[in-house]
Design a protein around this ligand. Structure first.
Ligand SMILES: [Mg+2]
Length: 429
């Protein structure tokens, strides 16, 4: 079959793009199609399916109604209206591009729901297209909460944002929005109306700011009020930005992009100072800066501090080399993080040593949880140069109520006991 150009064994780097997700490029010129294909592949790790005629594009869409992530369309070509309509009907995001800069042609696109429009000299198009589809791929990892009591306004906002591949949540008032924020971690942006029943936008933002800083969660306020004080009030209550209703779709996209980009830059800077670059776990400094705060927040639950050390790690480095050693550290870190990071602080303390501070509901589950982790690490063998190696860890746990420093010391003593009594075990006194 001609259309299967997606590399079968290539793992896409973007989590929301499962193997089923394909990217379609419609470009009449074969040379240009190849350049665009390379740019798209560079940005998304997915080799797109390229077609040179509208009819080929349409039959591809009909054959794969649910597996197309996005389509790149040279919109100046003949009969693209039919193609754009088919894509819109299936809610497939479109990056429309052309070297034709005529105003009339661009006006034609204003009526169709497209994710991005790129107009410029032919030699710059592939790079811009790659960047645009790369952004769409990143967008599908970001969650935006839309809050508006008007169903039609909410639906319009959701439609615009869906076009850009964001993950979306919606709420009809402030109370509902706070509930959703409580249940869904990882919301990056809230777009909220002000005039709403039960809880208005200003009060909602004030509540949000009790738990999230402007650098953790961005808020864009929207209002139909013509009073210029509204934007000031939004910002004073903690909003990052403001949009006046009615607004252009492009204006919304600009504000959303700008705010998410700002958040992402801050996150990068924060990660550089707080996280261990190899394992992406928190570093020792972050642990000590945040442990007492975590303990205070969870004072009504049972706290544990655990020290984990990989058994005979030096042997891994000596036998298989440091690259293999790094792989082992990453794998073990990932397993520990999966098991405990959701409700605690997991840090790499240095070398092959990890520390976990976490809270529990039931005392009787604690040993079992750490032992399950130990067994999981042992069971997940690691493939190095075709050889499957087993990694084991020793773990010392302290659950006596005290300050974190004292608990850490006790956990460390228990870790030594675990090592002394034969390794590959959990010791909890
Ligand atoms: Mg309203």
């Amino acid at each position: 079959m001609v259309y299967v150009l997606v590399m079968e064994n290539q793992t896409p780097s973007i989590s929301c793009m499962t193997e089923a997700k394909k990217i379609l490029v419609f470009e009449p010129d074969k040379g240009m199609a190849q350049q665009i294909s390379m740019a798209v592949c560079g940005a998304t790790q997915i080799t797109p399916v390229t077609v040179n005629t509208v009819s080929e594009a349409i039959s591809f869409i009909l054959d794969h109604p649910d597996s197309i992530f996005a389509a790149m369309v040279e919109f100046a070509a003949a009969e693209t209206n039919v193609l754009l309509e088919k894509l819109a009907r299936r809610s497939i995001p479109v990056v429309a591009y052309s070297a034709d800069t005529s105003e009339a042609l661009q006006q034609k696109l204003m009526t169709v729901g497209i994710a991005d429009m790129i107009v410029g000299p032919a030699n710059t198009l592939p790079i811009s297209i790659g960047k645009s589809v790369g952004n769409l791929a990143r967008n599908c990892k970001e969650t935006i909460l839309v809050v508006d009591d008007s169903r039609s306004m909410r639906a319009a906002l959701m439609r615009f944002l869906k076009n850009r591949c964001y993950r979306l949540l919606e709420a009809g008032d402030g109370i509902e929005a706070l509930e959703l924020l409580k249940k869904n971690t990882g919301v990056k942006l809230v777009i909220t109306d002000n005039e709403m029943p039960k809880m208005d936008g200003f009060s909602l933002i004030k509540e949000i700011r009790r738990n999230f800083t402007k650098e953790e969660l961005a808020v864009i306020g929207i209002s139909a009020k013509t009073n210029s004080q509204v934007s000031v009030k939004f910002i004073n209550n903690g909003a990052n930005d403001f949009l006046h209703k009615p607004f252009l779709k492009e204006e919304l996209y600009c504000r959303v992009d700008h705010n998410l980009e700002m958040l992402s830059r801050i996150e990068t800077i924060r990660d550089l100072s707080n996280k261990d670059p190899l394992t992406k776990l928190f570093n020792r400094r972050y642990f000590f800066e945040h442990c007492e705060q975590f303990a205070a927040k969870n004072k009504d639950r049972i706290l544990t501090v655990a020290m984990i050390d990989i058994d005979h790690f030096k042997r891994v480095n000596d036998t298989y080399g440091h690259t293999a050693g790094d792989m082992v550290l990453q794998k073990v870190a990932g397993t520990i993080e999966k098991a405990f990071a959701e409700n605690g602080i997991v840090a790499r303390f240095g070398g092959e040593e990890f520390c976990i501070l976490t809270s529990h509901d039931h005392e009787e589950d604690i040993f079992a949880r750490y032992d399950r982790l130990r067994r999981k690490i042992e069971a997940d063998t690691i493939d190095i140069d075709g050889e499957s190696i087993t990694i084991r860890v020793s773990c010392g746990v302290c659950m006596e109520k005290s300050n974190v420093q004292t608990m850490l010391k006790a956990a460390d003593e228990n870790l030594y006991t675990a090592k002394d009594s034969g390794r590959n075990r959990v010791v909890l006194h």
